[in-house]
Design a protein around this ligand. Structure first.
Ligand code: F6P
Length: 373
């Protein structure tokens, strides 16, 4: 019998339970595996907080949002313990050994891939599954959670249309995605947003204002702007680049602390950028403007059929892979096939939107403004 640990880490998303069920049911039913869940991501792993994952626990969870295991963004090497961040890698190795685990399955996004690689380097047999509504995990074409969030964000934009038209307003819709703009891009295109702003294409507010005025001149007195949380003006993108370089080049502790402080100051100011954009557009166009922040609604609720299928496939294939003695990889989707990819090849990298991506091109061809010159 194989003993397998399982945890969910990072922001939750629809499909996590379907994936846990997929690994568990396939593993117990076919490969003589026993599963142990760890609560709240790596935090529960280092503190040995467990949930036995028998058949009853996996029953009836396919359609549930969130994660039955709980999740957190805590990292093994920076675990908040007693008011301080401590490297708890050794404690994690102890817990893994104490439970005689043959492997640990980590369901998570980009951060989780990095943390899983750290544990792999510490000697654990780790396997990961890619989840996130951001679709920014490197090395895989898709992640579960994205399709559900895409449906929610698109429906929101659809609903915004009638109220924007009725009031002749500009409505800015803020969509999740700090670094990657996939969700704003795809929901913006699907929902027919007039302007789509994503982190990968810096924008100028004046360009957007002109696009709105052009629409008014053509008799369309409302506009919908789909904007990713992390979208930036050209100036903000330059500042961000400078700060990133400063952080990378910091040669001593003081410089590193100062660079991190400046970076977090930049991020906490940037949180308000969609409100600032909305006010500025009203000022420049004279058109009444409103902001709608979709927030965590995008991550909640029941997974779409596409996400349930994807999570089940990834989970079941993962069980098969573990049964064959595999470990050290992320189960990725490439050209519709599930393929293991070594964690070393993906950790620390992001799947961002290429500004020349064919979807951006298609958007431009149908008249979507991306806020660039
Ligand atoms: O990583 C997924 C994500 O949903 C991002 O799109 C979003 O910026 C972030 O998580 C929000 O995180 P939190 O759960 O910490 O509010």
């Amino acid at each position: 019998m194989k003993h397998i640990g399982i945890l969910t880490s990072g922001g939750d998303c629809p499909g996590l339970n379907a994936a846990i069920r997929g690994v568990g049911k396939a593993g117990m039913g076919n490969f003589d595996m026993k599963f142990l869940g760890f609560r709240n991501g790596f935090n529960g792993l280092c503190h040995d907080q467990t949930i036995p994952l028998g058949r009853e626990m996996l029953s009836g969870i396919l359609t549930d949002g969130g994660t039955i295991l709980g999740t957190s963004r805590d990292k093994p090497h920076k675990m908040p313990v007693g008011g301080k961040n401590r490297d708890m890698t050794d404690e994690i190795v102890d817990v893994y050994e104490r439970h005689h685990l043959d492997a640990l399955v980590c369901l998570g996004g980009g951060g989780t891939q990095k943390n899983a690689l750290r544990l792999k380097n510490a000697g654990l047999n780790v396997v990961t599954l890619p989840k996130t509504i951001d679709k920014d995990v490197y090395g895989t074409d898709v992640t579960f959670g994205f399709d559900t969030a895409l449906g929610i964000a698109t429906e929101a934009i659809d609903r915004i249309h009638s109220t924007a038209t009725s009031h002749n307003r500009v409505i800015v819709v803020e969509i999740m995605g700090h670094r990657a703009g996939w969700l704003a891009l795809e929901s913006g295109i699907a929902g027919g947003a007039d302007v789509v702003l994503i982190p990968e294409i810096p924008y100028e507010t004046e360009v957007i204002a002109e696009a709105i005025k052009d629409r008014s001149r053509a008799g369309k007195h409302f506009s919908i702007i789909a904007v990713a949380e992390g979208a930036m003006t050209g100036d903000q993108a330059e500042r961000m680049e400078t700060l990133t370089r400063q952080k990378q080049n910091a040669s001593n502790k003081e410089e590193k602390t100062e660079a991190s402080r400046e970076m977090s100051e930049f991020h906490s100011e940037h949180v308000r950028h969609t409100q600032e954009l909305t006010s500025k557009l009203e000022e420049l166009t004279g058109c009444e403007s409103r902001l709608t922040i979709l927030g965590h609604i995008q991550r909640g609720g029941t997974p779409s059929p596409v996400d349930r299928v994807l999570a089940t496939r990834l989970g079941a294939t993962c069980a098969q892979y573990l049964a064959d003695g595999g470990h050290g990889d992320m189960m990725a989707v490439r050209d519709s096939e599930i393929t293991p990819v070594p964690l070393e090849k993906i950790a620390g990298k992001k799947n961002l939107v290429d500004p020349d991506h064919s979807l951006v091109e298609s958007g431009r061809l149908v008249g979507t403004c991306f806020g660039d010159g």
